[in-house]
Design a binder for this molecule. Structure first.
Ligand code: AHR
Length: 341
């Protein structure tokens, strides 16, 4: 009898223990939402590289958010090459990851590889930049920033500022001469930031006050921004009134070139750029730049939340933009301590 009772007790204890274990797994899957069909979610993520302060913040946001969400992130750095991104996506498909996310370095050339992901039943999320594909069903969602609006905001801010400050063209003429440092050739951000700026200019009653003197890629890097600005200064010297840089890093490089040429950045040449990184806030505090239009890199949490929803079979918005602001130099000192990147 004693033996039977001991056996019954042992069986009961095993059942309780198994129940606790099951509860733990359950908590992991529904509580963190990081599992798909009972197993941990694996996301393959192809980043374009580390060309700017902004990109570093974007990568950190994605890695941190994956960790917080309990998602296993397979991270791949494409070193600025589309072919490396295509290879990475193909390797994610071969591994059978649950979901793929990527930042497209350029807008076109993705149809074939995205079709391969679709055929393998792996959903794809486009992050930060846009893709141009013949069939929009090749990706489930796009999370990022609105580059056209960023470009429009740049022109609107400049136009208001030049009027308010009563700035006179440096060459004594009737137009402000603008030079533009563009981002990576073929990238949606470079194309749309130009488009937004030019559309806003064309629609403005002040359009005739502006002349785009030169526009060239600085590849979103500080070094190239400096080199291209040096060549602008050699060709146009004292004629330049305004520098519009598609990102803060190129503007920071250009500031060095302007100083080396014996001019005062932010005074002789009015400078506006896009991103809102801490380095640019510091430059504005020092009076070397005039405004930054924010492009928010903190896209990780939204990406992970969207991935979980997709894998849970929930409907998600096809296009989601993150919030962004405009920060002129006069708010830089007050704002810098609150900046997260
Ligand atoms: O795609 C976003 C752009 O890429 C950012 O403006 C720039 O800094 C980055 O490298």
């Amino acid at each position: 009898m004693k033996k039977i009772l001991a056996l019954v007790l042992a069986v009961m204890m095993m059942v309780v223990a198994a129940g606790c274990g099951g509860g733990g797994d359950q908590a992991k899957s529904s509580g963190s939402g990081a599992s798909s069909g009972g197993k941990q979610i694996t996301m393959g993520f192809s980043q374009i590289g580390a060309e700017s302060e902004w990109r570093t913040a974007n990568t950190e946001s994605i890695k941190q958010a994956a960790q917080d969400a309990g998602i296993n992130l397979q991270f791949s750095d494409a070193q600025q090459k589309q072919e490396n991104q295509i290879k990475a996506i193909r390797s994610f498909i071969a591994q059978g990851v649950d979901i793929i996310a990527f930042v497209p370095i350029v807008e076109t050339g993705w149809d074939t590889v995205l079709k391969e992901a679709k055929d393998a039943n792996i959903p794809v999320i486009v992050v930060d930049r846009d893709v141009k594909v013949a069939d929009d069903s090749l990706y489930v969602a796009k999370i990022g920033t609105d580059s056209v609006t960023e470009g429009k905001n740049v022109f609107k801010w400049i136009d208001e500022y030049m009027g308010k400050e009563n700035k006179k063209p440096r060459d004594g003429g009737s137009q402000y001469n603008v030079v533009i440092l563009e981002g990576t050739v073929g990238s949606s951000v470079a194309i749309r930031r130009n488009e937004g700026f030019k559309d806003a200019m064309a629609a403005s009653p002040n359009a005739s006050k502006y002349n785009i003197l030169a526009s060239q890629t600085g590849e979103f890097t500080r070094q190239k921004g400096q080199e291209v600005m040096e060549s602008f200064l050699k060709s146009y010297g004292d004629k330049i009134d305004i520098l519009y840089a598609h990102n803060d890093d190129m503007a920071l490089g250009a500031i060095q070139a302007i100083e080396a040429a014996g001019m005062k950045p932010g005074k002789d040449i009015t400078i506006i750029s896009i991103d809102g990184v801490k380095g640019m806030f510091q430059a504005m505090i020092e009076g070397k730049s005039n405004c930054t239009v924010e492009c928010n890199p903190l896209q990780g949490p939204l990406l992970m939340e969207t991935a979980k929803k997709i894998l849970n079979g929930e409907k998600v918005d096809k296009l989601v933009y993150v919030d962004e602001g405009i920060f002129p130099a006069d708010v830089a000192e007050k704002t810098l301590p609150e900046r997260k990147y």
